[in-house]
Design a protein around this ligand. Structure first.
Ligand code: ASP
Length: 486
């Protein structure tokens, strides 16, 4: 009889096969040049010409009045006046976009995008169960704690863990920048000093977070969905259920336990599809990324990557070993399906149902701990993102000034990187969006972000994996410090 492979092996193999298929497409079919005449275009334009090379797209077309339209799409924005993405092209010149999508795409781009859509079906399924799973799990977990005092302790311990590990990650990032000096490896600084305009933005971020914790419309938060608002409302709801107690508590508790059981069963079924989802997502990434971009930002990528590896392989395992007292190797094995899915999907929210399942069923952590630590962690504990924010901003600062930021500014980067990581949603590229805050905090022009956008997907995959790993380690720590049976 054939033995089934363990899930993490299935996912790993799917990941490697998907990546290899994508690389083969990228190398073998990543380029395409077309020139079409009026007849071939069935009168939609007089002529059309495009060159697609994954790194850069060049499009020229002539409309019926004889006007020529020329576009460059270059994610690294190295060419003057170029657009950053095909979405921008679609908004600026829908005809050019349509013609390119129909005739100009290289096979690698075409199959890559199709793979993305297919892989996203798996993510959609996970997202479908994420919100009901979080709510039912959180309410069940808190009601199971039996008292508000214990909840306070749990919240305290969890927050201390989040802040401590994110700060360690940021320090690692700062040290890596000092070691590799990625931004000083380019010949000319891009600009000169501009005074920082910091405080108002920082205050604003803190306010926004506080407001998010108090959703004026809890249903709206579910529909959006805004995880932080959902968590805080579920927490308040569960606390008041405990306070009211008696019959009401009994009814609510058994209702939510039943719901949780059903949603967990749905999650398990969806998880079976993880190898397929991961295969398509990896194929998409490797088929559609231009290799030349990576070469030009290699030092920056090496710096982020080394920092992330250090945090994931040294810092967090040491915490597991000495604080949680569990074997890091075995624990990593248990949560491997979640880590691999986080890597391929670049979304910690999307991975959350899988993380919960792995932590509870494969690592043996109690639902009381995981239902509390994981949803909160997926939203606010992002060690990988915090490290990445710090490195990316110092990198562009070095690139811009040709030297270091002042120590006080580095501190400001560290602090804002922490806030930005808390504020970033657990979805792809959220860290990139939040980086604007860090750039503004130290007075760097936000346009500098354009330099690093092109390689963000790959770094996003790595940092999301670290984000989820840190959440999982947090469960082991909290479980150790506050065992469920005491
Ligand atoms: N994609 C990351 C996550 O889901 C957030 C980020 O962009 O850093 O955890």
């Amino acid at each position: 009889m054939m033995r089934r492979w363990a899930l993490h092996w299935q996912i790993l193999v799917a990941m490697v096969v998907g990546a290899l298929a994508g690389i083969a497409l990228n190398v073998g079919a990543g380029q395409r040049t077309v020139e079409l005449t009026k007849t071939e275009l069935a009168g939609r334009a007089i002529s059309f010409r495009s060159e697609d090379s994954l790194d850069r797209i060049h499009i020229e077309w002539e409309d019926s009045s004889g006007k020529r339209h020329t576009w460059q799409v270059d994610p690294s924005r190295r060419t003057e006046g170029s657009l950053a993405s095909l979405e921008q092209l679609a908004a600026r010149d829908p005809v050019a976009y349509e013609l390119f999508m129909q005739f100009g795409q290289s096979p690698a781009r075409y199959w890559g995008q199709t793979a993305k859509r297919t892989g996203n079906l798996f993510l959609r399924l996970l997202q479908m169960v994420a919100v009901p799973l979080i709510i039912s799990s959180l309410v069940t977990g808190i009601l199971g704690l039996g008292g508000v005092a214990r909840l306070g302790k749990m919240l305290g311990t969890t927050l201390v863990y989040y802040i401590a590990t994110s700060s360690l990650a940021i320090i690692t990032g700062l040290v890596m920048v000092r070691i590799f000096r990625p931004g000083l490896r380019y010949p000319v600084p891009l600009g000169s000093w501009e005074p920082p305009q910091t405080t108002s933005r920082l205050g604003e971020i803190v306010w926004q977070q506080i407001e998010t914790l108090m959703p004026s419309n809890p249903l709206g938060a579910v529909i959006e969905p805004n995880f932080l608002s959902i968590i805080s409302f579920s927490l308040i709801f569960a606390i008041f259920t405990l306070i009211v107690g008696g019959k009401a508590q009994q009814v609510i508790q058994s209702l939510f336990e039943a719901l949780f059981e059903v949603f967990m069963a749905m999650t398990k079924a969806i998880i079976r599809l993880a190898p397929l989802g991961v295969f398509f997502l990896m194929l998409y990434v490797t088929a559609t990324q231009g290799a030349a971009l990576f070469a030009s930002l290699a030092w920056y990528m090496v710096t982020v990557f080394t920092g992330l590896v250090f945090h994931a392989v040294i810092t967090l395992p040491l915490i597991l070993l000495f604080v949680a007292r569990v074997n890091p190797w075995r624990y990593a094995n248990a949560v491997m399906p979640a880590l691999l899915t986080a890597f391929s999907s670049a979304s910690s929210n999307g991975t959350l149902p899988l993380t919960m399942n792995c932590v509870e069923e494969r690592a043996g952590i109690s639902n009381r701990t995981s239902s509390f630590v994981l949803p909160l962690g997926a939203t606010i504990n992002m060690d990988g993102t915090a490290l990445y924010e710090a490195v990316a901003v110092l990198f562009v600062a070095e690139l811009y000034y040709g030297g270091d930021l002042l120590f006080s500014q580095q501190l400001l980067v560290a602090f804002t990187a922490l806030l930005a990581s808390v504020g970033a949603a657990g979805i792809p590229h959220a860290g990139l969006v939040m980086m604007l805050i860090v750039l503004q905090a130290v007075g760097l022009p936000v346009t500098l972000q354009g330099v690093i956008i092109a390689v963000d997907r790959v770094l996003d995959m790595c940092r999301t994996c670290v984000n989820v790993w840190s959440d999982a380690c947090g469960c082991a720590v909290v479980e150790r410090l506050l065992p469920p049976d005491k």
